[in-house]
Design a protein around this ligand. Structure first.
Ligand SMILES: Cc1cc2nc3c(=O)[nH]c(=O)nc-3n(C[C@H](O)[C@H](O)[C@H](O)COP(=O)(O)OP(=O)(O)OC[C@H]3O[C@@H](n4cnc5c(N)ncnc54)[C@H](O)[C@@H]3O)c2cc1C
Length: 408
């Protein structure tokens, strides 16, 4: 038996014996997945226990080093783990900005003490993280951040406002960009710092959106405190760290939304099944085993093909990352393609449902099923895909300059 086959046998036995049976077959969209943290919400009654069981082997962060609680797996072993999870229809045990953004960034830039302090808590889902980059005067022009930080003893004292802080109200710690020097080139006066949000100087106010949900917040900092030991890569070096983290973020956004935002669709892609086909058959009708309307059939097929090709590219990229490759400017390509693909998919689903996708509320004996109402909202949510993590225009600028090397 090869090493990989014996690893598969070992993983299979572990998953079959140790994971709660009740959570098998549960498919969560990325918004319903388990995000952990001090205020953890449970998408499934077994979510927390399942996360802890997986974390005990480092399987919430399979390729991270064992000394920080990761699984220490090779890229090939991590793929086997993925396959075995899919085989048992187990959801990913933990998601969030800790695993997707700040964890990989700390592994790259953190000191030994910073890694020891923060990474095991990320792996175990104990702390939920949010991102404090954008400000009212700093979005695409992120280097214009104005939230100030002055040194006082062993601490930084923070004052200013962050905006669009995704899940700020549900998070425990923030990774933030702050201005520590206003008298140098703007990129050079930025510091990347981590701080605990459970303190009097941090006020988080949710913003209500067009979709009716409030996943974003304004975050006000008034003499909030961050330990100097939580500055990453030194004072004034935040811009380099910020860009590296954005590479991880753009990869994540591209692959999550490009895949349709759920494990089920990612698995469907692996089996060549196009989930839009069933929806179209249900609403538009079936004619001799094909979607009745040729125009809808054409659009479904085109998106199905683009989705499949994109998922293969994402898989190739994921394999490279697991093998230690650091994301670079090419992550902008995944971001732009994955998010625009998701918007095309959402628009098609909306037109397939027709007037039923125009509902806002009222399912009792009304014209709308719960899935119709959910469709309206996921379509509205998808409008933000080409803004979050940097707009499509900004991604095109990055691709032009840093991937294609075109002149300014
Ligand atoms: C769903 C969602 C989640 C988010 N989550 C977070 C979060 O957790 N933390 C966080 O810090 N931020 C978050 N953001 C904020 C996001 O990063 C910013 O909205 C984004 O960077 C754009 O900045 P802005 O909104 O200020 O728009 P602006 O920068 O004001 O841009 C306005 C328009 O001008 C265009 N534009 C600007 N500059 C250029 C240029 N040089 N060339 C061409 N066109 C340009 C843009 O493309 C855009 O169309 C989130 C946003 C969304 C939608």
């Amino acid at each position: 038996m090869s090493d990989l086959e014996s690893f598969r046998a070992e993983v299979r036995t572990f998953l079959e014996k140790e994971t709660p049976g009740a959570i098998r077959g549960a498919s969560f969209s990325s918004d319903q997945a388990y995000w952990g943290g001090r205020k953890a919400e449970l998408p499934h009654p077994e979510s927390k226990r399942y996360c802890e069981i997986m974390a005990s082997r480092g399987y919430t962060a399979p390729t991270w080093p064992k000394e920080y609680g990761g699984g220490g797996l090779s890229a090939a072993e991590a793929k086997v783990l993925d396959q075995e999870l899919a085989r048992l229809k187990l959801p990913i045990p933990l998601t969030g900005f800790g695993l997707a953004m700040i964890g990989p960034t700390l592994l790259q830039f953190g000191t030994e003490a910073q890694k020891q302090e923060h990474i095991p808590k990320i792996v175990r889902g104990e702390i939920r993280w949010c991102q404090g980059y954008s400000e009212p005067g700093a979005g695409s022009d992120l280097a214009a951040v104005a939230t100030s930080a002055r040194i006082e003893g062993e601490e930084l004292v923070l004052n200013g406002q962050k905006i669009w802080t995704s899940y700020g109200d549900k998070s425990d710690w923030m990774f933030a960009l702050v201005r520590t020097d206003a008298n140098v080139k703007k990129q050079q006066g930025i510091t990347f710092v981590l701080f605990d949000m459970a303190q009097p100087g941090v006020e988080v106010r949710p913003i209500r959106l067009i979709s009716g949900a409030s996943p974003f917040c304004e975050t006000f900092l008034t003499d909030a405190r961050a330990k100097q030991s939580n500055i990453i890569a030194g004072m004034g070096n935040g811009w380099t760290v910020a860009k590296a983290l954005l590479g991880h973020e753009r990869n994540m956004i591209g692959s999550v939304f490009g895949s349709g935002g759920s494990r089920t669709s990612a698995n469907a892609a692996k089996t060549n099944r196009n989930p839009l086909v069933d929806l179209a058959r249900e609403h538009v009708g079936d004619e001799a085993g094909r979607i009745a309307d040729p125009v809808v059939r054409d659009r479904v097929t085109q998106i199905g093909m683009d989705h499949r090709a994109f998922m293969l590219t994402i898989q190739r990229n994921a394999d490279n990352l697991k093998a230690g490759h650091k994301p670079g400017p090419e992550s902008s390509i995944f971001k732009i393609y994955g998010t625009e693909l998701n918007q095309r998919r959402e628009e098609l689903m909306l037109s397939i449902r027709g007037p039923r996708a125009l509902g806002w509320e009222g399912t009792d004996n009304g014209p709308f099923a719960p899935e119709d109402l959910a469709q309206t909202r996921t379509w509205l949510r998808s409008r933000g895909n080409t803004i979050e993590g940097g707009t499509s225009e900004v991604q095109l600028n990055i691709i032009a300059k840093r991937v294609l090397d075109l002149p300014d």
